[in-house]
Ligand binder design. Structure first.
Ligand code: PHE
Length: 460
């Protein structure tokens, strides 16, 4: 999403490329990609299904140990190449197979959107329901089942959720979204904090907190480790070129490590806040933490129900969640659009429409898998779960391995350190050489082991 039409200062690129207006704007837009349904919907659902605090702990380790270095590498690859996810690798390492990383990213974007738009559609519909009084507190479970169980209305809401980011991407975004996201993010945070305080004041809240923060290490298994790693990639929008594409719009003066650190910290705080808003309520109202995808949709309306202006809060909550989801979807649509626009020379409009058409098509099996197609299970998973699993737990980690190997082996330590320190003007050389070492050895080896172990190819 290129929110400013100033040509970049990169001399190698003959076509003037767009660039972010300000350094803060660049951070906010990258954060806009990271923060989304991953924090508010997926994080709590997975924490609940994978044993609570032990999973949170593993997730934090993955974010800090793998997510942060890969994010730095991915942003830097984009900024150095000043190109889309596929062309970037072709430009930086011509003639080699590295562009497969970008191609797998374009494919991942489409697969993620297939189920992401489905959930975003539920969120949009909940905002509407809250507005029209359709969220009776004592029926939240039934309302959720009805929402996902109706194929036609799910598809309509899903397509609406797909149309919004597509339009934004086609418009080329301008300064608008940068400004919108900058204003709305603090509002979302405030609301999450209110929600958290409210949840903490419920009787029995401490049980929820303990579930979230007191780890029971016996809950850890190979699949749980892979799930935590997959979530870290999904959360930080890594391994599929979204951050690479955004990095390509960042100025040469931007601190890439600083941007990455801010994104990682802020994004993680939002996830933890969402957990604090949801788990005390889960236990207070007697829901099962293992509920999965429905957790957000059944607990949040219940949390707000008895509060003064509860309906207003619920409405605001889902509107802001919709905004967060839209910010993430914009980056998902932008990956194929930037690629098609720059390599085939199609207009952003044509590229956007075709991208949305493919996403809409693949969205159908995802949407129907919670209703009429719920018994169709390739590889033992519904289409919804399959798309989620293949993207988060396979394509993104594999893309992450590729990015780490690229930054660690194609780039020498000198080149890496020079470019992420902005030619020595940032005094982070020691730390960045260590990060280069991580990317060269530890990251690819660790991710490969977790991947093979989680998929059952090796046993540790
Ligand atoms: N990070 C987004 C979220 O947490 C999802 C996303 C994944 C966006 C991959 C872009 C790329 O909701």
């Amino acid at each position: 999403m290129p929110p400013h039409d100033q040509p970049s200062t990169s001399s190698k690129n003959p076509v003037p490329r767009e660039a972010f207006a300000t350094s803060l704007g660049a951070v906010v837009v990258a954060l806009g990609s990271a923060v989304g349904l991953g924090n508010i919907w997926k994080f709590p659902a997975l924490v609940g299904q994978n044993g609570g605090a032990a999973f949170v702990l593993l997730y934090l380790v993955c974010v800090a140990g793998v997510g942060l270095p890969v994010l730095i590498a991915e942003l830097q690859i984009g900024r150095r190449a000043r190109a889309n996810a596929v062309s970037a690798f072709r430009k930086l390492a011509p003639g080699k197979g590295w562009r497969l990383i970008g191609i797998s990213g374009v494919i991942a974007a489409v697969i993620i959107m297939a189920f992401y738009t489905d959930v975003a559609g539920w969120v949009y519909s909940y905002a509407f329901k809250a507005l029209t009084g359709g969220l009776a507190a004592d029926q939240t479970g039934a309302i959720f089942d009805q929402t996902i169980g109706s194929p036609v209305s799910s598809l309509i809401w899903q397509y609406l959720a797909l149309a919004v980011p597509t339009i934004v991407v086609i418009m080329g975004v301008g300064k608008g979204i940068e400004r919108v996201i900058k204003r709305l993010m603090p509002l979302l945070l405030t609301l999450l904090i209110i929600c958290g305080i409210r949840a903490l004041s419920l009787p029995g809240a401490s049980e929820g907190l303990a579930f979230l923060f007191r780890p029971d290490l016996s809950k850890i298994s190979a699949t749980v480790v892979l799930t935590a790693l997959g979530l870290a990639f999904f959360k930080l929008s890594l391994g599929m070129g979204a951050m690479l594409t955004y990095g390509s719009y960042m100025s040469d003066a931007q601190s890439i490590p600083g941007t990455a650190a801010k994104v990682v910290i802020a994004d993680t705080l939002v996830s933890l806040l969402a957990g604090i808003a949801i788990f005390p309520a889960v236990f207070a109202f007697g829901y099962a933490p293992t509920e999965g995808p429905g957790l957000l949709f059944v607990t949040i309306p219940s949390v707000f129900a008895e509060m003064p202006f509860g309906a207003v809060f619920t409405f605001l909550f889902f509107v802001l969640t919709a905004v967060a989801a839209t910010g993430a979807m914009i980056s998902l649509v932008e990956v194929p659009v930037a690629f098609i626009h720059e390599t085939l020379g199609w207009s952003r409009r044509k590229a956007g429409l075709w991208t949305a058409a493919v996403m809409a098509l693949l969205g159908v099996p995802a949407a129907l898998s919670t209703s009429v197609w719920s018994s169709i299970k390739p590889f033992g998973l519904t289409f919804f779960d399959l798309f989620d699993f293949v993207s988060s737990n396979i394509l993104l980690p594999v893309g992450g391995i590729g990015i780490a190997l690229f930054a660690g082996w194609v780039w020498s330590k000198d080149l890496f350190v020079k470019s992420v320190s902005n030619e020595g003007s940032l005094h982070n050389q020691g730390l960045m050489s260590a990060i280069h070492g991580l990317l060269r050895f530890a990251t690819p080896v660790a991710v490969t082991i977790v991947l093979l172990n989680g998929l059952g190819f090796i046993k540790i």
